[in-house]
Design a protein around this ligand. Structure first.
Ligand code: GRF
Length: 193
């Protein structure tokens, strides 16, 4: 399974996918790492792991990807022969034509038990809502925000003294287990096992 990763931040989920591959737990390879943020930590992580990472100028919008950026990313992913696109902390909405090019082959990880707490800072939303449980979800990407069909989830407790940060850290630990596991199940399905 040839994976393309899109990330805007620290890239710890890309790292978790890489670590699972190296450990022999995931029969896949990362063949493209693309970021919309020039100085994101994911570039350094990619380099350390032996991957080339690419910055693509996202264009003029704040929360979505410009047309030219979508096209460039789609072209790069296709050129790399990507089977599955993994959004790993990618902070922009993916729309057609990029979405169309990888329809049904693009997944995202979101830090809540969807359908609860869609959108930004889901861990903060959970703390502020007084939730007693939260977690993370891997889902297919569709044109909505965090609305695609759910592949797998992991839950964590929300403790009485949690801050947004402490909850996020607990959720991230689970993300690093969940994402490689979810990709493995997709790989099994795609390869017809
Ligand atoms: C994760 O919490 C993920 O669920 C959210 O953004 C964060 C990315 O973290 N979409 P990282 O860049 O993988 O460390």
């Amino acid at each position: 399974l040839r994976i393309g990763v899109l990330a805007s931040g620290s890239g710890s989920n890309m790292q978790a996918i890489h670590d699972a591959i190296v450990a022999g737990e995931l029969d896949a390879e990362i063949v493209a790492v693309i970021s919309d943020v020039k100085d994101a930590r994911v570039h350094q992580r990619a380099k350390d792991a032996g991957y080339e990472s690419v910055y693509v100028d996202p264009g003029p919008y704040k929360t979505k990807l410009g047309e030219a950026a979508q096209k460039e990313i789609a072209d790069r992913l296709k050129a790399a022969g990507v089977d599955l696109v993994c959004l790993a902390g990618f902070m922009r909405m993916v729309k057609p034509p990029l979405l169309d090019a990888f329809e049904g082959r693009m997944v995202n990880i979101h830090p809540s038990l969807l359908p609860a707490f869609k959108g930004l800072h889901a861990w903060k939303q959970a703390v502020e809502a007084g939730a007693t449980e939260s977690g993370c979800t891997v889902h297919y990407v569709d044109a909505g925000m965090d609305t695609g069909s759910i592949i797998d989830q992991e839950s964590v407790p929300v403790l009485a003294d949690d801050t947004a940060e402490s909850l996020h850290a607990r959720i991230q630990e689970k993300e690093h287990i969940l994402y490689p596991r979810a990709i493995r199940s997709i790989a099994d399905k795609l390869l017809g096992e």
